[in-house]
Design a binder for this molecule. Structure first.
Ligand code: HEM
Ligand SMILES: *[C@@H]1O[C@H](CO)[C@@H](O)[C@H](O)[C@H]1NC(C)=O
Length: 237
């Protein structure tokens, strides 16, 4: 049922080419991802999950040609009212943020307590041809919509999901030194299917700890009172 729903969501997406993630071993980090590669832009996004997903944690990896202006991912397929992440490189450093937008206009930085994005394996992640931003996302599976009306949920424990990608192939953010900079529209965007069932990995914990490079793992703040009671019950299952 979930599978069929997700598939029809995909069929409704603009570019329907049965775009799917594939197995990818990133030799730099040692992490096995389910990775989607966007043909037109050369940007890819991979996801890796614990062997027994609790539903609250994943490792993501956004890799882009060095000429890319900015790139971003929707954790739930569509752009509007879904938790987004954006990243680019400025002065040889990653600028990254979680964002949200209630319309097809610029996305603002997401500020409600809950989701946390922590960079992993940053050493050597930027070279002459590409940057590759790897991060631990904690509690990124549910979020508050800006108007406070409801919270969306991505079921990371299911076998199939839909994610989306937006890429500005050459134009930089307006203030590239600021991770929360306003953005020009992407030159290319798409949705794709994610084989979450194939993203599970026995060495998730070990690689996560290695990737933190000695930095403390984030202590996720529990989604606050802003989260409707119904969703609190749901997330405790
Ligand atoms: C000024 C900023 C932005 C504008 C004006 C904008 C506008 C739009 C529009 C009009 C579409 C519909 C397809 C099209 O006409 O191209 C779209 C799709 C999309 N956008 Fe954005 N966008 C912006 C920023 C972002 C950001 C920061 C992300 C981060 C991930 C993003 C992710 C997506 C995705 C995944 C789609 C495809 C799925 C869908 O249609 O909902 N966008 N965007
Ligand atoms: C540069 O980084 C990309 C992305 O991680 C990687 O695929 C490529 O092999 C790297 N190039 C070199 C010369 O290490």
């Amino acid at each position: 049922m979930k599978f069929i729903t997700a598939l029809s969501a995909l069929a409704g997406a603009a570019a329907v080419n049965a775009q799917m993630t594939e197995d990818y071993l990133d030799t730099r980090t040692g992490i096995k991802f389910q990775t989607f590669t966007h043909e037109r832009t050369g940007v890819s996004f991979g996801i890796s999950l614990p062997e027994n997903p609790t539903g609250t944690e994943f490792i993501g990896q956004l890799t882009a040609p060095i000429t890319t202006g900015w790139a971003g991912v929707s954790f739930n397929g569509g752009m509007v009212n879904n938790l987004l992440m954006t990243a680019w490189v400025h002065n040889n450093e990653f600028k990254h943020a979680l964002r949200i937008s209630d319309s097809y206009t610029s996305a603002v930085v997401y500020t409600t307590p809950g989701p946390v994005m922590t960079p992993l394996f940053t050493e050597g992640a930027i070279n002459a041809t590409h940057w590759s931003f790897t991060f631990l996302c904690t509690n990124c599976n549910e979020w508050e919509i800006q108007d406070g009306e409801y919270t969306n949920i991505v079921d990371l424990a299911s076998d199939f999901g839909v994610m989306g990608m937006g890429v500005s192939e050459s134009e930089l953010p307006r203030s590239p030194a600021d991770a929360g900079s306003s953005l020009n529209k992407h030159s290319s965007s798409t949705q794709y299917g994610v084989l979450l069932g194939n993203a599970r990995s026995a060495d998730f914990e070990e690689l996560k700890m290695a990737g933190l490079n000695g930095a403390a793992a984030p202590v996720p703040s529990a989604p606050s009172s802003a989260v409707p009671a119904a969703n609190k019950r749901r997330s405790r299952r």
